[in-house]
Design a protein around this ligand. Structure first.
Ligand SMILES: [Zn+2]
Length: 235
């Protein structure tokens, strides 16, 4: 009887592992990105942890069902190193990582890029009356549908925390360099850039010459007011 129970438990674990490969995935060896962020593939992808000390992936559906938490190993390390820096530079902030890439790269609807593990989306941090606001961070995949006005406000009291975004981008830029990458391009809604560059850390990001998209097709522009998209390139 005991043996049968053990077998049943093992079978259940086996089925779970088959249904959700993220539960047993192990990061090892090096990833290989082929092609461009807009058309390509990714082999031996690394999986970003679902959560760490000061960050979480934003949606179980995206992570476990759609399998979109994979990246190139250098991007994986860059993302984690930057969050570690932010433990000091952004105390008390809980970050959210959004979609990365499929396990083997390739198309990932509705994104036009994200195909080779060198792109990642980061949720815009929010503030309410001067302190961190997290309620809207729990929207999961629906977060992509949030809309901010041109000054970065989601409602009367909740708006984008541009200073934290800047601190995170500075950490990401540093981490990219130490991991053999370079930030190639950042996409955020065009109208939001002015407010971002007005923040102290936004100014520093600008001084570093990190490239932000200068114009975007309307739909792409409208989609980038709840997150910022970062494309990396291998150095
Ligand atoms: Zn993106």
């Amino acid at each position: 009887m005991k043996k049968r129970k053990t077998l049943l438990i093992l079978l259940a674990f086996g089925l779970l592992a088959l249904a959700f490969p993220e539960l047993t995935h192990q990061n090892k060896d090096k990833a290989v990105a082929s092609g461009t962020v807009g058309k390509g593939s990714l082999e031996n992808a690394w999986l970003v942890p679902y959560f760490g000390k000061n960050y979480r992936y934003f949606s179980p559906v995206s992570y476990y069902l759609l399998n979109r938490g994979y990246t190139h190993h250098r991007v994986h390390n860059t993302i984690l190193d930057a969050y570690q820096t932010c433990e000091t530079t952004c105390p008390g902030v809980q970050f959210r990582l959004m979609e990365c890439a499929n396990k083997h790269g390739g198309k990932m609807w509705p994104h036009r890029t994200h195909q080779i593990g060198l792109s990642a989306d980061f949720m815009l941090p929010k503030t309410r009356n001067g302190s961190a606001h997290r309620l809207l961070d729990h929207l999961g995949i629906w977060h992509y549908l949030l809309s901010a006005d041109g000054r970065g406000a989601y409602s009367k009291r909740v708006s984008i925390d541009f200073e934290t975004m800047g601190r995170h981008l500075l950490a990401l830029d540093d981490a990219a360099r130490t991991n053999g990458l370079r930030i190639k391009k950042i996409i955020v809604q065009i109208d939001l850039k002015e407010e971002f560059y007005a923040s102290p850390s936004g100014k520093k990001v600008r001084q570093r010459g990190i490239y932000f998209a200068k114009s975007l097709p309307r739909l792409v522009d409208e989609l980038h007011d709840d997150h910022y998209h970062v494309d990396f390139e291998l150095r």
